[in-house]
Design a protein around this ligand. Structure first.
Ligand code: ATP
Length: 222
C-alpha cells in the first residue's frame, strides 16, 4: 500500500500553545480514514497544515498525488451559480474553466441545480457543491472537514453514500475530519483519535467503535 498522505512527528504551536504534538498519521491510496476529536483537539490545525495554510514547527507532511479539500463551512460563492462555483474549484486548482460535465456524472444531484445561485441552496446541496468543487482538481485524496456539521441525518447519509461510491468506484482516498465519531467510525476503514494535539488511539474503525474508551468519550457511552 502506498501512502498518499503521511505526517511524521507533526508539531504546530500557536504563540505558546501546542495545537499538534508529534502527530503521525497515514492515509493509504484507496483508503477511507477518519480523524475524530473533541472541540479544540487540533483537527482544524491539522487541516490547515495539510493544505499548506500553516507551516509546521517541526515534523513532515508528505502528499503523494493531488490533495483537494472540502472545507468546513463549505465556503461557497453565494452569488454565483453552482456551475460557476465548480469552475472556480478548477481554477483554484490550476485547471481554470475545465469542463464540469464529469462532476455532474459523478454527482447527478448537482445537474438539476447547476444554474441555481449557490447562496439559495440548502446546506446539504451546498455541501454537495463543495464536494463537486473539490473533485474538479481530480484529486487522489480528499480531505473532508466536518461533513455533517449542521446537516440533517438523512442528508448526511446521502453525502456519505456519495463519498463511499467515489472511494469504491474511483479509488479516491478520503480523510474525514469529524466531530460525529459514530458517523466517521461507521464509514471509514481506519481511524485516529486526536486528544489535546496528540494521537491518543488509532486502529481499525470497527475496533475503535468497540473500544470502551472511545465509547465513553465519543459515542455517548453506548
Ligand atoms: P474545533 O472543532 O473547535 O475547530 P479543533 O479540534 O479543530 O477544534 P483547533 O482549532 O485546531 O481544534 O485548535 C487546537 C488548539 O489550538 C486549541 O486549544 C485552540 O484554542 C488553539 N488555537 C487554535 N487556533 C489558534 C490561534 N490562531 N491562536 C492561538 N491558539 C489557537
Amino acid at each position: 500500500m502506498t501512502a498518499v498522505v503521511e505526517t511524521r512527528d507533526l508539531t504546530v504551536r500557536y504563540a505558546g500553545a501546542t495545537a499538534l504534538d508529534g502527530v503521525d498519521l497515514t492515509v493509504h491510496d484507496h483508503e477511507m480514514v477518519a480523524l475524530i476529536g473533541a472541540n479544540g483537539a487540533g483537527k482544524s490545525t491539522l487541516v490547515k497544515a495539510l493544505s499548506g495554510l500553516l507551516r509546521p514547527d517541526s515534523g513532515t507532511i508528505t502528499v503523494d498525488g493531488r490533495l483537494a479539500q472540502v472545507p468546513e463551512g463549505r465556503e461557497m460563492f453565494g452569488d454565483l451559480t453552482v456551475d460557476d462555483n465548480l469552475r472556480l474549484g478548477g481554477w483554484r486548482n490550476g485547471r481554470g474553466g475545465r469542463d464540469t460535465t464529469a462532476i455532474y456524472d459523478l454527482l447527478p444531484d448537482l445537474a438539476g441545480i447547476r444554474t441555481r445561485r449557490a447562496g439559495a441552496l440548502s446546506g446539504g446541496q451546498q455541501q454537495m457543491v463543495a464536494i463537486g468543487r473539490a473533485l474538479m482538481a481530480r484529486p487522489d485524496v480528499l480531505v473532508v472537514d466536518e461533513l455533517s456539521l449542521g446537516l440533517a441525518p438523512l442528508i448526511v447519509t446521502t453525502l456519505v453514500g456519495h463519498l463511499r461510491a467515489l472511494n469504491t468506484g474511483r479509488g479516491l482516498a478520503v480523510l474525514l475530519i469529524e466531530q460525529n465519531a459514530r458517523l466517521a467510525l461507521d464509514l471509514c476503514d481506519r481511524a485516529y483519535v486526536l486528544e489535546a494535539g496528540r494521537i491518543a488511539l488509532h486502529g481499525r474503525a470497527a475496533d475503535l467503535a468497540r473500544d470502551p474508551r472511545v465509547a465513553a468519550a465519543y459515542l455517548g457511552g453506548h
